[in-house]
Write a protein that binds this ligand. Structure first.
Ligand SMILES: Cc1cc2nc3c(=O)[nH]c(=O)nc-3n(C[C@H](O)[C@H](O)[C@H](O)COP(=O)(O)OP(=O)(O)OC[C@H]3O[C@@H](n4cnc5c(N)ncnc54)[C@H](O)[C@@H]3O)c2cc1C
Length: 431
């Protein structure tokens, strides 16, 4: 087997690459700048609320094959929970209507012909018209190929695409939106069951991965922030972590699984998406009413998605840059106002926390999407991973894990070119 694979960044991209490489028999070392792993997908104890919360509510779907595969490999698939059938509850704060979207299991979408399963005031032909997006030309935005108005847009496409792309759908890349639709609604309700990490993101995605790596004698070195990659003979020859320097042999490989802006600072000439979008989450320490669904989509509110957990309600607002400078208390009050109206809970603000992730994801606009680099760089032995690389998906858990798998498969195919070795498929979809 070839030399050590050095993975920089212990978010989902880095951890998923590490798991695949360890399984394939590689020696792996992982370096993480922070004191904990997980990056943008992590849990922590919040003193203001007196409980553990996630940095943001994360939703995955049953069609996210790489995500489920990763969880199977780290024996944590049981940590995701969701309904047996695809069902999405919505409430409209302006009209006070409530409905549940219920796509049928199979690929043939007969649910659009059933008024009880589709969006109120929408017609079957509105859904068929939206299928045009599946054939969008390169560099088109959603508004170039879809009518961005009317009940179906306001009540389905806008909230779903905004949540998935973290970018206003009108300006968002139509190709990315199409890929989401292909892998979800167009794949049938069986691919759309909403799944949540009930015990928290770290307990589901991160701690089991770290346990699996520890079992395989892989060290994750925390508090190691990579400052420079030295080159020797055109390949990575050394990693400079400030107080610690590591020399690399000629057969050793580096997977850079850090955020885009960090990668751009470490790899001269690397083109990455520059523009980002924020996500704001508001957490409220209060027992949700028993009648509330686990996830509620909100139309015509400041709050966009309401998640109910035992003892806590959490709200997500995507592409939230416009709200970043608002005073936190005013934001908490405005969001709680929506929640109280929807749930009938008292108007008085319960204990709260606002979490602002300023650079939650890259802006999924056509220009930024065109700047996503592939896993292979111009430097032999230096491979990229991360939700911002060219995964064909927006910045999501599924995209991050696919990028990690892809990086692992690039390492394996480079080894195979030097000596016969089983390759690692970039995508592995376990049921
Ligand atoms: C608030 C919020 C809500 C979200 N909601 C959803 C959702 O509902 N569904 C979904 O699928 N996705 C969601 N996402 C997206 C998802 O969390 C990310 O796509 C995914 O976690 C990215 O993983 P990554 O490994 O690519 O990057 P990161 O998680 O950013 O990992 C990069 C790691 O590199 C480390 N690092 C940085 N610089 C250095 C350095 N110089 N040296 C060493 N280490 C370094 C960082 O500390 C970090 O641990 C959400 C994201 C946020 C922020």
């Amino acid at each position: 087997m070839d030399g050590v694979v050095h993975i920089v960044g212990a978010g989902l991209a880095g951890l998923s690459a590490a798991i695949r490489l360890v399984e394939a028999g590689y020696s792996v070392e992982v370096y993480e700048a922070a004191k904990i792993a997980g990056g943008r997908c992590r849990s922590y104890f919040d003193p203001a609320l007196g409980c553990t919360i996630d940095n943001g509510n994360h939703l995955v779907l049953s069609g996210n094959g790489a995500t489920l595969d990763f969880l199977s490999r780290i024996e944590a698939k049981h940590e995701l929970s969701g309904p047996p059938e695809a069902a999405f509850a919505f409430a409209d704060l302006a009209s006070h209507e409530r409905w549940t979207l219920r796509p049928n299991r199979g690929r043939l979408p007969w649910w659009i012909f059933d008024a009880k399963r589709r969006v109120p005031a929408s017609r079957a032909r509105d859904y068929l018209a939206a299928a045009k997006i599946l054939h969008a030309p390169a560099l088109a935005s959603v508004s170039d190929v879809m009518v961005c108005s009317g009940p179906l847009y306001e009540r389905l496409w806008r909230p779903v695409l905004l949540a998935a792309l973290n970018t206003g759908p009108r300006e968002a890349d139509a190709g990315l939106a199409a890929q989401i639709l292909r892998e979800t609604l167009a794949a049938g309700g069986q691919a759309c069951r909403p799944l949540i990490a009930r015990a928290g993101l770290s307990a589901t995605f991160i701690e089991p991965a770290l346990r699996r790596l520890a079992k395989n004698q892989v060290s994750v070195h925390f508090g190691r922030r990579l400052r420079e990659i030295g080159l020797t003979g055109g390949r990575p020859g050394g990693l400079d972590f400030g107080e610690v320097q590591i020399e690399l042999g000629s057969r050793e490989t580096v997977i850079l699984a850090v955020p885009s802006w960090t990668a751009a600072g470490l790899v001269p000439g690397l083109q990455v998406p520059n523009d980002s979008r924020a996500i704001i989450n508001a957490h409220f320490r209060i027992e949700p009413p028993t009648t509330l669904p686990p996830i509620l989509g909100i139309i015509n509110g400041l709050a966009e998605w309401l998640f109910a957990y035992p003892g806590r309600l959490s709200v997500t607002i995507s592409s939230a840059d416009r709200l970043l400078d608002l005073p936190r208390e005013a934001l908490a009050e405005a969001i709680w106002n929506d929640v109280s109206t929807l749930t009938g809970l008292p108007r008085d603000l319960p204990p709260w926390q606002i979490v602002k992730e300023r650079r939650a994801t890259f802006a999924a606009t056509p220009d930024e999407v065109a700047r996503r680099p592939p896993a292979r760089t111009h430097i032999p032995g230096l491979i990229l991973a991360g939700d911002w690389t060219a995964t064909e998906l927006p910045a999501t858990i599924e995209g991050a894990i696919r990028s990690g798998y892809k990086a692992a498969s690039v390492v394996a195919s480079a080894s195979a070119a030097r000596s016969p070795l089983a390759t690692i498929p970039a995508q592995q979809h376990a049921a």
